[in-house]
Design a protein around this ligand. Sequence first.
Ligand code: CAP
Ligand code: MG
Length: 418
Amino acid sequence: MGYVQLGYKPSKRDMVCEFSLEPANGYTARQAAEHVASESSVGTWTDVATMKPSIMRIAAKVFEIKGRWVKIAYPADLFEPGNMPQILSSIAGNIFGMKMVGNLRLESIHWPRKLMESFKGPLHGIPGVRRMLRVSKRPLTGTIVKPKVGLDEHEHAMVAYDAWSGGLDIVKDDENLSSMGFNRFEERVVETLKLRDKAERETGDRKMYMPNVTAECREMLKRARFVRDHGGEYIMVDIVTAGWSGLQTLRDENEDLKLVLHAHRAGHAAFTRNPMHGISMLVVAECSRLIGVDQIHIGTVVGKMHGSKHDVIDIGEEIEHRVIKEHGHVLSDDWRGIKPVFAVCSGGLHPGHVPKLVEILGPDIICQFGGGCHGHPKGTRSGAMAIRQAVDAAMLGIDLKEHAKDNDELRLALKKWR
Ligand code: CAP
Ligand code: MG
């Protein structure tokens, strides 16, 4: 078929993908890899009379097979610059369903300059977010209003106000809160931003509210504009359920809106969690940085969600560093002028987790606590205070238990959750 050229040296203009591939019974790794390369570029299951030799110039080439690890080079001309759906329909499309493939996982992508430069990248990135919040060093702290859904607009705003008053920087909507009968989007935004302004006046600190705009594309744009017109600086979007096209549309509009774009990844584990089949969260994070989110959930290692230390660190580096050197099954990348994206750690966290989080991922993270804030024995405000006390201790290198002796909110949190 001509799609296997072991020893081929990818050109600078090639995209390179690393897959983990297990052939189905009865097929060799080479046979399966060849069909993956064919199906993800120009071919199909059989030769066709309509094929022309010249078309093979944009065909994929399998150039390395080491056990289950396969590297495939794709000529950049196979892809439409700036079109993430089309790129992923090629390298992450039909191939997962081929009968010749037992298991297949897209682990990592090396992006050629031509494609990297065809996307906008983050508008603010880490520097912009830190400037906006006027917090230069420590991790940013946030909460998610809980219960996830069910509060009315005023109750939602009051929970947010308590969290800001207790010292948190950011309050976000939960991933499944949009605009329901019991909590309309517009009313929630107006009420919550009003109390955000009150909390800013009373604390003297910047406070951010992240309304969830996830909806049909046109509605998302309308909601994003509504947030901007009512004094908001942030929006969040569920990038998996809204889709790559939705995210690109929102990012394009954001050239004008100038909002901070927070990427929630609800649903990612349907295809990222299985280590043998699907798409890695690393790839999801790379695509999100290219399109231009300012912050994205990457996992916590210590919280309630699946995600190994090794994987979470790799994702954190991929979205925050400029140059990625090839290591393990992470391909190299040079992000050049594309801004770094803030890593968001969220899911099952409480103040007792903060030192470990900072130890594993460093201070350039946003730590979010839902239950770990509103579940505090003395309520949201004290939960927020306990979180800030834990962050202060971690930044000063003080043992939490020691610090808790003089900080009762932290003491009570550790007593309940440690
Ligand atoms: C966390 C959360 C977030 C998860 C998402 C939730 O709440 O609001 O959506 O963190 O997971 O609904 O579970 P808790 P991830 O703090 O109460 O757990 O960040 O892994 O995408
Ligand atoms: Mg949530």
